[in-house]
Design a binder for this molecule. Sequence first.
Ligand code: ATP
Length: 488
Amino acid sequence: MNKNNDELFKNVISHAKEYGFVFPSSEIYDGLSAVYDYGEFGAELKNNIKTYWWKSMVQMHENIVGIDSAIFMHPKIWKASGHVDGFNDPMIDNKDSKKRYRADNLLEDRIAKYEKDGKTAKAEKLQGDMEKALKEDNLNALRDLIVEHEIACPISGTRNWTDVRQFNLMFSTQFGATSDGAEEVYLRPETAQGIFVNFLNVQKTARMKIPFGIAQIGKAFRNEVIARQFIMRMREFEQMEMQFFIRPGTEMEWYAKWKEERLKWHLAVGTNPSKYRYHDHTKLAHYANAAVDIEFEFPFGFKEVEGIHSRTDFDLSQHQEYSGKKMQYFDPEINQNYVPYVIETSIGLDRMFLLTLINAYEEQDLSDAEKTDSRVVLRLHPCLAPVKAAVLPLTKKDGLPEKAREIMDKLKLDHNLIYEEKDSIGKRYRRQDAIGTPFCITVDHQSLEDNTVTIRHRDSMEQERVAADQLEKIIGDLVSWKNLLQKI
Ligand code: ATP
């Protein structure tokens, strides 16, 4: 990370804390590593991102329905899915600092350093060697690369490394009243399996015909060894996943379609397309025959936000084998029974949250348009903004608060609003800018005379005078989900 990006990232993290978006979990007990809490505005922003995803998936597609499956699932499910045996990361420990690292992360950091120093050929060679070792699950080769490229532990500064070992990422706990008779269950590491095991139920009750999708939003848990980059890599996080069931042989067509659709969803909120790129996987997971990441340019480089995977019939076939239940679909068009193939779209809600915050965050120098010389503004899309409008009486007297309350009481039936009368109007505008409120409705003395108010627009800081009785329509139109959903 160069200094500017490093500083920007630090500023975003402290802004998130200062303005009630994200707090470290259990902070008064010195925190719990890689676990975070969402504050009053964070919870709203997160809900709005969920709503955007849910509406675009479920409401906008007649052939996609949404479910909400439990976090606890039968332990056999994780055997069938391959997670018990294969959900591992290659880890290496430094013997002096006793710190543990993901071997591929150490190598990726070295590649980034080579690139930064203009050593492109070296970077490409290391990338190729690393991908080959990962593909072949060759742990010794990974260690050899770390040694060959003289990678030292950032804490101890030494190159005194252990062997590379596999480390399972699933959390387990005891299920049942006594620990003796209790069964070991896992906290789900992905929401996808909750969809697969409900395939037959949903297909039947919703009377779905292939191709169709099942969507879900929910918590997932991974015992990530390296907690880095704020809410980028957490131990408890949320996923928004959709599994699209299709006829075998049509997977490449649907894979291409979802790849395109998902990027459109990201761009519809107005993000600069140059901030996004696709990254095709060279090392495919055991279940996939094609996979791509949608990556966003964070201050620490391009990183995955969402994965689109062609999962073949792996999951349903495995559940068929392990449960003994037929996971098949009768396709009346071709008069055949088959285990459907699946295209998955899987996005991390917390990563999307971080992306949204970083993308919206701006420190601006102002030529005293509002008598201050700088401001921090979150240029969030109005649909995503935690608070849609602030209602502000210019002063605390002369009947202005009463008039403002009247407006507030009407608008709050439809929108999340803030009412504020403390401090100068300039200070109040700044506070709203900092949490991304797109509109401020100001009630002044003229409002009492002609029933008009001003709407101040966050991004342009321009004000317009409008009739107070038109506010429901004006604000309703400005924050309507239509504005977003029509673009995708
Ligand atoms: P990574 O390579 O970054 O570990 P992954 O490829 O294991 O991610 P998937 O299993 O494809 O991730 O999960 C889908 C999405 O879930 C990811 O694109 C990411 O947005 C999110 N995600 C995965 N792990 C975490 C985590 N530990 N914290 C927050 N989000 C996560």
